[in-house]
Design a protein around this ligand. Structure first.
Ligand code: SAM
Length: 286
């Protein structure tokens, strides 16, 4: 099998098939062997693992995943890339290629049909950056039988997912991810790890899904209502953002009293609160 991480091999495929990279589909293909090795090692897959890959492209990462895992199901939206992938990886008999849009496919049916025996699934992907957030939210909040997600994303997004309270990167998405996952950085990939090179630096991050959320709350929807309200106006105090939101039926004085009772200074800003503090507010707000 040809090594698809080789720029010469990719160039010859482009010339032979007349393939043109699509910017709008986020087609930046990996050509960095070191980063590819780190993705496979960092994802923790072995011969018993079921892998779901999103956006296999020509199959650079896919060929390594097939060598390490029990079965790989790869979902690709671009028909021409899927044709090339089928040809490139004809020898991989543990690979199933599915043509379609990962955000539109019925993932429950796909998982039941392809990974039917209830084993946990690991998602591994060099994601198309234009839909990073909706893909991650789908995988994290969808209740699928997934135990980890190892993905290449923009470094700027990775920084937000793993951010600690207090910094500029800490936001509503940080809290959604930290509610359900533990985030671990795996590798940094500079633009020249890809063909064509993207404008930004990328990072591989691993999200291990928790069996129980990281904090216990009475009402999960309320937790995220509070988070959304607190981050709606970043420069305002917590008291002002909560009282400006029409999501709660409490007066400003009642909110202030509640925060004081919980030991949370109402003058703090939303981005300084930990998920545990948000959980306390969520359980006490009306
Ligand atoms: N895995 C390959 C690699 O690392 O070289 C390609 C990664 S490239 C960053 C993203 C891939 O996702 C492209 O092959 C693109 O066609 C595919 N893609 C884009 N949008 C998609 C979608 N909604 N569903 C499935 N695949 C998609």
């Amino acid at each position: 099998m040809r090594n698809l991480a080789s720029p010469a091999v990719i160039k010859s495929i482009l010339a032979e098939k007349g393939f043109r990279f699509s910017k709008s589909l986020g087609q930046n293909f990996l050509i960095d062997e070191d980063v590819l090795d780190k993705i496979v090692d960092g994802s923790g897959i072995d011969e018993n693992t079921y892998v779901l890959e999103i956006g296999p492209g020509f199959g650079t990462l896919t060929q390594r995943l097939c060598a390490a895992a029990k079965k790989v199901v790869a979902v690709e939206i671009d028909d021409m890339a899927a044709d090339i992938l089928t040809e490139n990886l004809a020898e991989c008999n543990n690979l199933k290629i599915i043509r379609g849009d990962i955000l539109k496919i019925d993932l429950n049916t796909l998982i039941a049909d392809e990974f039917g025996d209830g084993s946990k699934i690991k998602v591994v992907a060099n994601l198309p950056y234009y839909i990073t957030t909706p893909i991650l939210m789908l995988l994290i909040e969808g209740g699928f039988n997934i135990d980890s997600i190892t993905v290449m994303i923009q470094k700027e997004v990775a920084d937000r997912l793993a951010a600690a309270p207090g910094g500029k990167d800490y936001g509503a998405i940080t809290l959604s991810v930290q509610y359900r996952c533990i985030a671990t950085p795996v590798a940094i990939a500079p633009p020249d790890s890809f063909m064509p090179p993207p404008k930004v630096t990328s990072e591989v991050i691993r999200l291990d899904l928790l069996t129980e959320p990281s904090v216990k709350v009475n009402d999960e929807k309320m937790l995220f209502k509070v988070v959304k309200a607190a981050f709606a106006q970043r420069r305002k105090t917590l008291l002002n953002t909560l009282s400006n939101s029409n999501a709660f039926s409490m007066s400003k004085d009642e909110l202030s009293q509640m925060l004081e009772n919980l030991g949370i200074d109402p003058r703090r800003r939303g981005e300084t609160l930990s998920i545990e503090e948000y959980a306390k507010i969520s359980d006490n707000i009306k």
